[in-house]
Design a protein around this ligand. Structure first.
Ligand SMILES: O=C(O)/C=C/C(=O)CC(=O)C(=O)O
Ligand SMILES: [Mg+2]
Length: 223
């Protein structure tokens, strides 16, 4: 069997595809970080080496003292395309995943103050923990699902995708106008309020309603 034929979208994190992240897509989160409500989606990228799966720890990079969790709905692209109209956007979705956009907030603040890109704050190894693949049929409306995240059993984030400023179809259309979407790409759709710092040995649990849950521990990087 060829490599291509053996690839399965339910293991999208093994495909080496793009992770496109949307920032400030929830007004309550934009406000908690004292950012203006965006008029257009704010985008950044993570490399596929950012993926981490349950059973492996989230590693705190040596250069940060303020690593934040951000729980987000991930959209897995099943059919690629360029300049996809909003009306056809959902045909390009294979399914979803629960994702964390781990963020070195102190480094991000420094980058912002110097006008530099956020790569060091957002794209490091293990900065994108992901759940199992959720087939599209299990989330009939991605604009109406609740997400939550607990640290050591304490609820820190609880939000609904109905609070998103830019909807999933809008984001697919917007992004595909200038970044061609490919099968296996993942779009992180932004986080609701409640982001906060995690420490070594913390236990993170997150979920989407009764659809999926996932757990990760936090470790310090050792070199
Ligand atoms: O502008 C900031 O201070 C921070 C923005 C983010 O980290 C954006 C996100 O990743 C998000 O809203 O999910
Ligand atoms: Mg985020």
């Amino acid at each position: 069997m060829s490599l291509q034929a053996s690839r399965n979208i339910s293991r999208f994190w093994e495909w080496g595809r793009k992770i496109i992240c949307v920032g400030r897509n929830y007004a309550d989160h934009a406000k908690e970080l004292k950012n203006a409500i965006p008029k257009e989606p704010v985008l950044f990228l993570k490399p596929p080496t950012a993926y981490v799966r349950e059973g492996s720890p989230i590693l705190v990079p040596l250069y940060t003292t303020n690593l934040h969790h951000e729980v987000e709905l991930g959209v897995v692209i099943g059919k690629g395309g360029t300049a996809i109209p909003q009306s056809a956007a959902m045909e390009h979705v294979a399914g979803y995943a629960l994702c964390l956009d781990m963020t070195a907030r102190d480094i991000q603040d420094e980058c912002k103050s110097k006008g530099l890109p956020w790569t060091m704050a957002k794209a490091f190894n293990t900065s994108c923990p992901v759940s199992e693949f959720i087939p599209k049929e299990r989330i009939p409306d991605p604009g109406k699902v609740s997400l939550w995240l607990k640290v050591n059993d304490q609820l820190r984030q609880s939000g609904c995708t109905s609070q998103m400023i830019f909807s999933v179809p809008y984001l697919i259309s917007y992004i595909s106008d200038f970044i061609t979407l490919e099968e296996g790409d993942l779009i992180l759709t932004g986080t609701p309020k409640g982001v906060s710092a995690v420490q070594e040995h913390d236990e993170l649990q997150a979920g989407i309603e009764d659809i999926v849950t996932m757990s990760f521990t936090v470790d310090r990087q050792d070199h």
